[in-house]
Design a protein around this ligand. Structure first.
Ligand SMILES: Cc1ncc(COP(=O)(O)O)c(C=O)c1O
Length: 360
């Protein structure tokens, strides 16, 4: 199974499974910015490599200040981490929720973090008929029985932002809420929809951000959490010392300032997402609306070709897709794909066409 370790983007497992070199895959199974890391990243590796002879700044001062300036929050409300993944685990360890409400389908690490501390999870069901958008009705049901809401904003694998009215209702409930905004930078509405500024002053709201997706640096591991300074102190007390390495700190500080890269990314995505969606729809594949750089898709004839069969066929030809049936709440009809640059997307479409042709 390609998702042997729980996630997409595992090129080594793909290489072992399909007998191809890891470098040759066209990877639609993890959702990175297709422009690759910003230019500054290479320069930092070349010019600052000798800095690793000293310990990293244990307080991550420069990067936290840059984050604070960029998002208009106090630096005391920011804690950097070794990827959003570390902060998902850390925030749950600090909050110790007994019952956590999760909007299914969702990123598997939320539930894993909850189980690791002996907590349990209850489901908020995202409905296909509602294009997997979180509704007020579904949320209200769950709020009663939970002491923490852990929500993707936008959610993975569905790609939807949480409607503002639903978020307002969740906030008004007084329950603790963790919002995973790992992919929100891909939304042109980031500024208005992100809850980062509210989290900086709230006693109950926590916002986690990843820097690995938007800046295509998953190998370096970098993310941050924004919360009330009292909570940040508690989070920091449970964090492993020097969790963010020197090179990651330098890279984070540089790339956040690269506004041209951000502009180019948003321009590409706004043009390419609807175009790819209509190409896929023309093949009979159902696409769901997405606010970010990936899409959830539904196969037209899963009884004849399901996602596992499709993943095997495409993988053998060097194209990786995410088996979304592995997310609780979805079945064998579902896959998730990243959105990439035009030429790659055309290759994906033609590979899918080849498999779907003649199934009717
Ligand atoms: C929704 C979501 N949140 C967080 C993460 C973790 O991101 P990071 O690479 O910053 O640890 C991922 C990674 O796939 C993700 O999909």
């Amino acid at each position: 199974m390609l998702e042997r370790y729980g996630h997409g983007g595992d090129l080594l497992t793909a290489a072992e499974t399909f007998g191809l070199s890891a470098k040759t895959f066209l990877d639609y199974s993890s959702n990175m910015n297709p422009f690759g890391p910003p230019a500054a990243v290479k320069t930092i590796f070349e010019e600052r490599w000798a800095d690793i002879a000293a310990y990293p700044d244990p307080a991550v001062r420069e990067l936290r200040q840059q984050i604070a300036d960029r998002y208009g929050v106090p630096a005391e409300s920011v804690l950097a981490g070794n990827g959003a993944a570390e902060l998902i685990d850390l925030v749950v360890r600090v909050l110790q929720p007994k019952v956590t409400a999760l909007a299914r389908p969702c990123f598997v690490e939320y539930e894993e973090a909850v189980h690791k501390i002996g907590g349990s999870a209850i489901d908020i069901r995202l409905r296909e008929e509602e294009d997997f958008e979180l509704s007020e009705a579904a949320l209200s049901e769950a709020i009663e029985g939970a002491d923490l809401l852990f929500l993707g904003h936008p959610n993975n694998p569905t790609g939807r932002l949480i409607p503002q009215s639903v978020l307002a209702k969740a906030a008004a409930s007084g329950k603790r809420i963790v919002l995973d905004e790992a992919f929100i930078d891909f939304s042109p509405e980031e500024e208005e929809r992100s809850m980062i500024r509210q989290a900086a002053v709230s006693e109950t709201l926590f916002v986690i951000r990843s820097m690995t997706k938007f800046f295509a640096i998953p190998g370096i591991r970098l993310g941050f959490i924004v919360a009330h300074p009292d909570w940040i102190a508690k989070l920091r007390a449970l964090q492993v010392a020097w969790s963010v390495n020197t090179i990651a700190q330098l890279i984070g500080t540089e790339v956040l300032a690269d506004r041209d890269y951000a502009r180019q990314t948003l321009e590409w995505l706004l043009a390419e997402r609807p175009r790819l969606a209509s190409r896929l729809e023309a093949l009979g594949i159902k696409t769901y609306p997405s606010d970010t750089n990936y899409m959830l898709l539904r196969l037209p004839h899963p009884e004849k070709l399901d996602v596992k069969q499709l993943q095997r066929k495409l993988g053998g030809r060097g194209v990786l897709i995410r088996d979304a049936s592995l997310f609780k709440g979805l079945d064998r009809a579902y896959l998730r794909i990243a959105i990439k640059l035009r030429g790659d997307n055309e290759r994906l479409v033609s590979e899918l066409e080849r498999e779907l042709n003649g199934l009717q």
